[in-house]
Design a protein around this ligand. Structure first.
Ligand SMILES: [Zn+2]
Length: 489
C-alpha cells in the first residue's frame, strides 16, 4: 500500500486589489479541512481534486489522504496566516504517516502572500525539505501561473491546464495523478524542464488565433509519447512579481535533454507569434451601439477589465451607465457585487421601488463611483447553484445573497460575494432564460465564453477602467523583471 497526500490551495493574486484574502474570503468559495469535508465537496466534480479521487481511489495499492482544499476568488494578497496554516497542516499530515510515497496538489501558480512573492514556490520548498529529494511532488497549475525557479526546483512535475476558458481542469488533474502514481511506483522517472519567456500574455483565449496550433503541438508531444507532459503557462501580470510572465514546462521520462528540447522549441514558436497574440477591445459606447444594432440576440457584452476572476472589484457601473444612457432594453447584467444594495433590496422586499447608490464603491478613483438610481426589486435569491457549463462543471458556487433589480429595460443581478458569473446558472437561478434576451452583460474576461457561446449570437469584449485591465501597459507594474514584451520592444 502506498500513501499519497493530496490537497488544493489556489488563489490568483491581484496585487492591485485592495484588502486581504483571509480565511473568511477563502470560505466564501472553498475552504475545507480534513478528508471527510474535502471528499464530500469534490467527489464527482470535474475539477482537479475530482480527478485525483477518480484516478487514484481506483488503484488498489493507493491510499489517498486529502488534507485540505482552499480556493479563493482572485483578489488581494493571501493572508500569511492562511498560508502558514496550509503549510503546517500539510507538514503535520506528512509527519503523522508512517511513510509518504508522494504528494499531489492542485495549485494555481500566481499566489502572492503578505510576506511571499511566490506562495507556491515557498510551499513546494517546505514540502521538499520535509520529504527529501526522492519522494515525488506533483502539482497542477492554472495556465495563468507565473512559474518560478523555486517552483521548478522543488517539484517533480508541474502540469498546467491547456485551455482558457479553463475547461480542462479535470483532464489536467488526471494527467497529474497518473504521473505522480508512475513516479511513486517507479513505473516512470519524470524529469522536468522549462523555458521562461520574457513576455506578458494579454489574456489569450485558447480556441482562436495563433495559440491554437501551438497547443496542438504541445498536445501532440504528449500523445505521441515524446513527453509525459507539455504545458504552456501564460502568466498573470496583475500579480506583479519579479519572475512574471509566460513559460513552457515539459516533463519527460528519464531524459532531461528531451524535456529541454521540447520546452525550447515550443517557447520559440510562441515568441515568433507574440504580436499576433495581442487582442482587440471596444469602448463601452462602440460596444453598446453594436449590440443595439444587432438583428438578433443574445449579444454578449463582456466587461472584461472588471472581471472578478482577475481580482477586479466587480462593482464598476461604467458599462451599465452606458447601456442606460443609450436606452438599451431587454438587457440582463450579470452581475454587480454590492452587498449593501442587496441588503437594501431585501429590507424593501420584492415589488418595492428603492433609491440606491449602486456599485462603484470599492475603487471609485478608478471606476468612477456609484450609479444613483431608483430600482424595482424583482427577486431575491440565496445565490447558490451548481455550475452546468464546462468551466468548474458540477461545482457548487456561492454568490451570497442576490437581488434581481430592474432599472427601466435593464435587469441587474446584484450579488454579495465576489465570484465570476461565467456559468449561465447565474441567470437560471434568477428564473431568467438568457437565450431569450437581446443583450447579456457579464463581468468576465474569458471564462464565460465556454458556456455563453452555446447561446450567444455575438460576443463583444468591452474595456472599461477597472483593476483587471487586460493590457499590461495599463498597470503601473513595479516588480517585474525587465525587459519584457510588450512593455519593452
Ligand atoms: Zn486562470
Amino acid at each position: 500500500m502506498r500513501t499519497i497526500i493530496c490537497g488544493q490551495f489556489k488563489q490568483e493574486t491581484n496585487r492591485y486589489t485592495p484588502g486581504l484574502s483571509d480565511e473568511n474570503v477563502y470560505r466564501e468559495r472553498e475552504c475545507f479541512w480534513g478528508e471527510e469535508a474535502v471528499r464530500e465537496h469534490f467527489i464527482g466534480t470535474k475539477v482537479e481534486l475530482g480527478a485525483f479521487f477518480d484516478q487514484l481511489d481506483a488503484c488498489e495499492e493507493c491510499r489517498l489522504v486529502p488534507v485540505m482544499a482552499l480556493n479563493a476568488s482572485p483578489g488581494p494578497v493571501t493572508a500569511q496566516t492562511v498560508w502558514d496554516l496550509v503549510a503546517n497542516r500539510l507538514l503535520e499530515a506528512i509527519d503523522t504517516q508512517q511513510r509518504v510515497d508522494g504528494v499531489l496538489l492542485a495549485l494555481h501558480g500566481a499566489m502572492v502572500t503578505e510576506e511571499m512573492e511566490d506562495g507556491e514556490g515557498e510551499l513546494l520548498l517546505r514540502l521538499r525539505q520535509r520529504l527529501g529529494p526522492d519522494v515525488p511532488i506533483v502539482a497542477t497549475l492554472d495556465l495563468h501561473a507565473n512559474v518560478t525557479e523555486r517552483m521548478m526546483e522543488n517539484a517533480t512535475a508541474l502540469i498546467s491546464c491547456d485551455y482558457y476558458p479553463h475547461t480542462d481542469f479535470y483532464e489536467t488533474g488526471l494527467r497529474a495523478a497518473r504521473i505522480l502514481w508512475q513516479a511513486a511506483t517507479g513505473a516512470a522517472k519524470p524529469v522536468m524542464a522549462w523555458k521562461k519567456l520574457p513576455m506578458l500574455f494579454p489574456f489569450v483565449i485558447t480556441d482562436m488565433g495563433p495559440i491554437v496550433p501551438l497547443l496542438k503541438k504541445a498536445q501532440a508531444l504528449r500523445e505521441n509519447g515524446t513527453l509525459m507532459s507539455a504545458s504552456i503557462c501564460h502568466g498573470f501580470f496583475h500579480s506583479d512579481i519579479y519572475e512574471m510572465g509566460a513559460a513552457v514546462l515539459t516533463v519527460a521520462d528519464g531524459e532531461r535533454v528531451t524535456a529541454q528540447k521540447g520546452a525550447e522549441e515550443l517557447a520559440q514558436s510562441i515568441w515568433s507569434v507574440r504580436e499576433a497574440l495581442m487582442r482587440k477591445f471596444y469602448s463601452p459606447k462602440e460596444a453598446v451601439k453594436l449590440a443595439m444594432e444587432a438583428e438578433t440576440g443574445p449579444v454578449v457584452l463582456a466587461d472584461v477589465a472588471d472581471n472578478p476572476g482577475s481580482g477586479a472589484t466587480m462593482d464598476s457601473v461604467v458599462l451599465l451607465r452606458q447601456l442606460l444612457d443609450m436606452g438599451a432594453v431587454d438587457v440582463v447584467f450579470a452581475a454587480i457585487c454590492d452587498p449593501q444594495v442587496v441588503q437594501q433590496a431585501k429590507r424593501a422586499g420584492v415589488g418595492a421601488a428603492v433609491q440606491v447608490q449602486l456599485g462603484g464603491k470599492q475603487a471609485p478613483e478608478i471606476t468612477g463611483g456609484p450609479l444613483c438610481c431608483t430600482v424595482v426589486v424583482e427577486k431575491l435569491t440565496d445565490g447558490r447553484f451548481r455550475n452546468q457549463g464546462p468551466v468548474f462543471r458540477g461545482v457548487l458556487v456561492n454568490f451570497g445573497e442576490c437581488a434581481l433589480l430592474r432599472i427601466g429595460g435593464i435587469q441587474v443581478i446584484v450579488c454579495t460575494n465576489h465570484a465570476q458569473p461565467c456559468d449561465l446558472g447565474i441567470y437560471y437561478h434568477c428564473g431568467i432564460n438568457p437565450a431569450e434576451k437581446k443583450i447579456l452583460a457579464v463581468k468576465s474576461a474569458v471564462h464565460f465564453r465556454a458556456h455563453y457561446k452555446t447561446i450567444a449570437k455575438q460576443i463583444i469584449d468591452v474595456e472599461t477602467p477597472a483593476l483587471g485591465c487586460m493590457r499590461p501597459q495599463m498597470l503601473p507594474l513595479a516588480h517585474c523583471k525587465r525587459p519584457i514584451y510588450p512593455l519593452d520592444a
